[in-house]
Design a protein around this ligand. Structure first.
Ligand code: 26V
Length: 824
């Protein structure tokens, strides 16, 4: 219904050109004679930004006026990628822009690719937050995102001599998509001490005094919905020295250097995104980031609520706060502090409000990723918050003690405070106790958390507090934007683009399985996408790959649990097999390109070794004339959102091969299938639900099941470990120096052969190799392959992040959309 919605701002090609040129000449103060692609990008972005701003303001007014419940999505990461292409498509004026830019002498693709990715995230968790913002706006939910405005996003990855090198990502040089709000500044306190005072009514109140103040300044980013005027807000906080606090006194006393030092220290808080995913290191600066962002966001949310003049008891009817993992858990403590210390509410009433406001999504079961903060560190930085945590814990443990009398082990197990040296605050427990709902992100994962980390809590609270919301992806970015030709072909068959807002409509595609022209065009589109990726590969690596070969892709953060090592060891096995084949046998083999990409955390040495092994194997295989096109191995540098938009549509097969029970969900698995690629995967995360939807015959599953992992590990450690014989040959080749100095790979090999093979590479190797042989077989029958692809796409409706957001809204947040009235 909103397809024709047209706000003020341009609508025609001519108007777009005028606006773009005006911005280049006046806003950017550049002459049209030296208008390069970057200037064209800037001008076009400003033209689109003007349009967004109008709807953005209206949306905020409408939401204020409607006075209904809002969602606040708190995430330390928002992996947004590029904004211009998305804005063009959501507003519905990409064709207008294309024609206008062409008149001005530019190709729209070149202009779009000038934009620097907004890379404020590590991987899946951050990208999920970005997909959720898109869905919340598209579904007209009154929703805000809150995050940190890092000066440096995730580092850029360069591959130098086959090794990862990290380069800082300074991305704020020119960012037309953010609006500084210098008038929205919040004082954030750190350190100091707590004293007790009597208030007017003689009540004993805690007062947090002293320490230092840092300012949080708001920067707002408009989030346009697709084919709707709703434009939501993402508010990112930036840290700045507080005027009153530091510099005045020091400037006055002439201590210029100290003043500058203080300012820099303040700005350090929002300076960099921590590049670890799934590894908690307990750095104080990270805790500072967390509190800084939680306190600023809570202040903002509470201020907005107070304007409504409602009673505090109505707070949870007006506000839902979603915690993206445990990173924002301090928001729970901060709200309790505001209600009790600053607003004078009774403890129990306040705690009821807190619990009804918050919900917490868990994204990992890996013990090394579970956040814990040392009590002494927290005592020093946030003395009042630590007191509140102890009080929450004490009341919680009293409740548990009543329910399970004399079960001292239970009390020890569920206590928020781990009695270690030093004592630690267990953030996942605090988040669980402070929320009314806890969810996992795929069925298996949600079951696993109930039977492992939250087992005791299920007994204490009953099973209803724990639920599942399987992840999803936005079909706007991951189909329409990344794969415009496929989107167009689908629209031509389904009679329009409704599938982009109701992805279940894809199921009608199954009616066209016998449509020869349709299938031919589908295949051509896949081929064109592979040609485009091959072009990117030759441009960036110099390796020429044959787009007719089977493209086998694994792109994601490098982690032992994701098992890129299994993939590359399998590739070596394939190489050795090819070398041993006769010319006749070789003719029967489908040529392959094994494509890897992803960043390793800078301190994760084993992950960096895996990258080096992939590059070293590529060096040998790609230059082996005897192998030719039968096998190529490439490492794509600096995998990020905009690269994913090129890579995802180009797969024939993609790899999602984590040790069963370790990958909470995975979301790239969904993106690849939605783009007409099949997947090889383990029974893990959302692979299981993908299988249920697309059918077992349309996916290549292999490997041990989650339920058997524990026993297998036990057998490695206490029984005898038998290395898979094919894998043994692979290790022999590595040790013989087939891929360069074997010493560089000793630790990687011995983690499997001598140190317990924690991720079960050897146990799954045979099944993996055999399943790849099935892939080879299946690929020979191109007709049958194509049918699998189309059938799979038609059954992917469930994995839209729209479905996922609707589940959160109904089951967890209890919020209603605010549908704008249609303009005439
Ligand atoms: C954890 C930590 C630990 C402390 C240091 C910094 C840091 C940064 C990020 C994280 C999050 C790790 C959890 C994560 O990214 N989980 C992924 O979430 C995806 C979305 O739900 C899911 O698809 C992936 O399976 C899961 O690994």
């Amino acid at each position: 219904a909103w397809k024709k919605h047209s706000a003020q701002g341009f609508t025609t090609k001519e108007q777009f050109e005028d606006e773009t040129v005006r911005h280049v000449e006046t806003t950017l103060a550049r002459s049209l004679f030296n208008c390069d692609e970057l200037a064209a990008y800037s001008g076009a972005s400003l033209a689109f930004r003007d349009r967004l701003v109008i709807e953005w303001n209206k949306t905020q007014q409408r939401q204020t006026f409607a006075d209904q419940k809002r969602v606040y999505y708190l995430s330390l990461e928002f992996l947004m990628g590029r904004a211009l292409d998305n804005a063009m498509l959501n507003v519905g004026l990409k064709d207008v822009a294309r024609a206008g830019l062409k008149d001005l002498g530019f190709r729209i693709e070149d202009v779009i690719s000038q934009e620097h990715d907004a890379a404020l995230g590590n991987g899946g968790l951050g990208r999920l937050a970005a997909c959720f913002l898109d869905s919340m706006a598209t579904l007209n939910y009154p929703a805000w995102g809150y995050g940190l405005r890092y000066r440096y996003g995730i580092f850029k990855q360069e591959i130098v001599d086959g090794y990862q090198v990290e380069v800082p990502d300074y991305w704020l040089d020119f960012n037309p998509w953010e609006f500084p709000r210098h008038d929205i500044t919040v004082d954030i306190q750190f350190y100091g001490h707590v004293s007790r005072h009597q208030d007017e009514d003689g009540k004993n109140v805690a007062v947090w005094e002293g320490g230092e103040i840092v300012d949080a300044v708001a920067y707002d980013v408009p989030i346009p919905g697709f084919q709707t005027p709703t434009t939501n807000n993402l508010r990112l906080w930036s840290s700045k020295a507080s005027k009153g606090e530091f510099d005045f006194q020091k400037f006055n006393s002439g201590d210029y250097e100290a003043s500058v030092g203080d300012q820099q220290r303040a700005e350090t808080i929002s300076a960099v995104l921590y590049p670890n995913d799934n590894l908690e290191r307990g750095k104080e600066l990270r805790l500072k980031q967390q509190y800084f962002w939680c306190a600023a966001s809570l202040y903002d949310i509470v201020r907005r609520f107070k304007k409504s003049k409602k009673a505090w008891s109505a707070f949870p009817d007006m506000v839902a706060i979603q915690l993206n993992d445990t990173h924002p858990t301090l928001a729970i403590v901060e709200l309790q502090r505001i209600l009790v210390d600053l607003e004078g509410l009774d403890w129990v009433e306040a705690w009821g409000i807190v619990q009804n406001t918050f919900s917490y999504a868990n994204h990992t079961v890996m013990p090394e990723a579970l956040e814990k903060w040392s009590v002494p560190v927290m005592q020093n930085l946030l003395p009042r918050h630590l007191q509140i945590i102890y009080e929450v814990n004490s009341q919680f443990l009293q409740m548990v003690e009543k329910q399970f009398p004399k079960d001292r082990d239970m009390l020890r197990r569920v206590s928020i405070i781990e009695e270690s040296q030093p004592k630690m605050v267990r953030m996942a427990y605090l988040a669980t106790i402070g929320s009314h709902k806890v969810n996992g992100v795929a069925e298996l994962h949600s079951d696993l958390i109930k039977s492992t980390i939250f087992k005791d809590f299920v007994e204490i609270y009953g099973p209803d507090k724990f639920t599942n919301v399987t992840n999803g992806i936005t079909p706007r970015r991951w189909l329409h934007q990344a794969n415009p030709r496929l989107s167009e072909l689908i629209a031509s068959k389904l009679g329009g683009y409704e599938f982009l807002t109701d992805l279940t409509k894809l199921n009608k595609l199954e009616h066209f399985l016998d449509d020869k022209d349709f299938k031919k065009e589908w295949q051509e589109i896949k081929y064109a996408n592979k040609v485009r990726l091959a072009q990117h590969i030759v441009n960036t690596t110099g390796v020429r790959v044959n787009p007719k070969a089977l493209f086998d892709i694994q792109v994601k953060r490098i982690h032992e649990y994701k098992r890129q090592q299994l993939n590359i060891l399998g590739v070596i096995h394939r190489y050795l097999t090819i070398k041993a084949m006769s010319a006749e046998e070789r003719k029967k083999l489908a040529p392959r390109v094994s494509i890897f990409g992803g960043k390793a955390a800078p301190g994760y040495w084993m992950a960096k070794t895996v990258i080096h092994l992939v590059c070293s194997v590529g060096e040998v295989v790609n230059n082996d004339k005897d192998v030719g096109d039968l096998l190529k191995v490439v490492y794509i540098e600096d995998y990020n959102v905009s690269k994913a938009e090129i890579i995802t549509p180009a797969s024939d097969i993609s790899e999602h091969i984590s040790t069963a029970g370790t990958e909470a969900s995975g979301t790239s698995n969904m993106k690849f299938v939605l783009n007409g690629g099949l997947i090889i995967g383990t029974c893990d995360g959302a692979n299981i639900e993908i299988t249920r939807e697309v059918g077992e015959s349309n996916i290549f599953l292999f490997g041990n099941l989650a339920e058997d992992v524990e026993d297998l590990r036990h057998a490695h450690n206490y029984g005898s470990f038998k290395l898979d014989p094919d894998l043994a040959k692979v290790f022999d080749a590595i040790k013989d120096g087939a891929f360069g100095d074997a010493n560089r790979f000793t630790a990687l090999c011995s983690s499997i052969t001598d140190h317990g093979d924690y991720y079960l590479v050897s146990d799954d190797f045979n099944s993996y190799i055999k399943t790849h042989a099935l892939v080879d077989e299946a690929y020979k029958d191109q007709d049958a392959w194509l049918e699998k692809c189309i059938t799979s796409v038609s059954r992917m409706g469930f994995f839209s992040s729209d479905r996922c957001i609707q589940e959160y809204a109904e089951m967890i947040w209890n919020v209603e959309p605010l549908v704008p009235e249609q303009r005439n």
